[in-house]
Ligand binder design. Sequence first.
Ligand SMILES: Cc1cc2nc3c(=O)[nH]c(=O)nc-3n(C[C@H](O)[C@H](O)[C@H](O)COP(=O)(O)OP(=O)(O)OC[C@H]3O[C@@H](n4cnc5c(N)ncnc54)[C@H](O)[C@@H]3O)c2cc1C
Length: 340
Amino acid sequence: MTKPHIQSHVSLKLLNTFGVEAKAKFFCQIRHLDDIQNILQNPTFKDIPFLILGGGSNLLLTQDFEGLVLQMDIQGIEKIQETQDCVLLRFGAGVNWHSAVCYTIEKELGGLENLSLIPGTIGAAPIQNIGAYGVELKDVFESLEAIEIATGKCQTFTSSDCKFGYRNSIFKQELKGKFIITSVVLRLSKNPKFTISYGAIQSKLESYDQDISLKTISNAIIEIRQNKLPDPAKIGNSGSFFKNPTIPNTQFESLKNQFPSIIGYAVSESKTKIPAGWLIEQTGIKGKHFGNTGTYEKQALVLVNHGQATGKEILDFSKKVQRFVFEKFGIQLEREVNVI
Ligand SMILES: Cc1cc2nc3c(=O)[nH]c(=O)nc-3n(C[C@H](O)[C@H](O)[C@H](O)COP(=O)(O)OP(=O)(O)OC[C@H]3O[C@@H](n4cnc5c(N)ncnc54)[C@H](O)[C@@H]3O)c2cc1C
């Protein structure tokens, strides 16, 4: 077992897509399962907090981390089963999500095309059951392997073990911070059914004037996203900062009387989901600067770092956004981003 390389007082500025400064007391890049076991057996790290880091695209660092940051860099893609209809692929937790999407499209395997260009790693995808354009990770998820920090034991989680929900899983709830996901198995289809009912996808595909394929759908989504969302390499951000709230139909009906243009999608017989971006936009702050922070000009749901913001400033601004929305609509926005 080679010893993992532990560094001290490492800047995380380039390792989070908000681009905010925070230092890790200890830092280690994880390339092999052995690295994790080695660390868990090291008495120095027995009683200190761990932060598992992927691509840093769904977290907001508000202070230095007085513990050990493990940056997941376990690579590898392996075919573990093939049937007439599908292929099961195991991905190392550190594999870049979009590279995985491209790999499956190249192999003409369907399932991930709608999730093109989401930043981050495979290992983080189950944490919030990533989703976009009518598809969620859970639709292709088979299982994952994770190591329990307290015991060092490896455990397999099936889809039902993960308790996936809308931007949610057991790893954001009762098992938060307790497991290190080391690999994820996805079930990809050899005869894919395309999910292209979203208006934006339809019109993009029509503009291509080509047969619809995994590749053209992926290209359409990439174009739509590049048009709508800020590139973290240019403007620090973490994608959608809040979840879309779900409210009782009765509350939705009374809001509709007050705000006739309000948008809502029925999610059950008694509940309606409202786009958080629309709610924020109605408070008049879309595209506005608040010191070093603000909301993105094309999508109010994306909070941005205009260059010099601290994590604390972004967090304070996000609370202001929650207050504005609550005062106008009586709806409490819930954060999607993990605050550290
Ligand atoms: C421009 C932009 C667009 C985005 N669009 C979308 C979108 O369309 N849909 C969507 O769902 N999300 C979106 N996101 C959010 C983000 O990309 C996803 O949540 C992604 O899965 C985060 O991956 P990551 O590797 O960067 O995770 P990180 O930000 O590094 O970590 C996120 C959380 O997961 C934990 N974690 C990470 N890896 C592991 C592991 N191996 N084991 C245990 N815990 C782990 C971390 O501790 C943290 O709590 C977007 C973000 C940006 C910046």
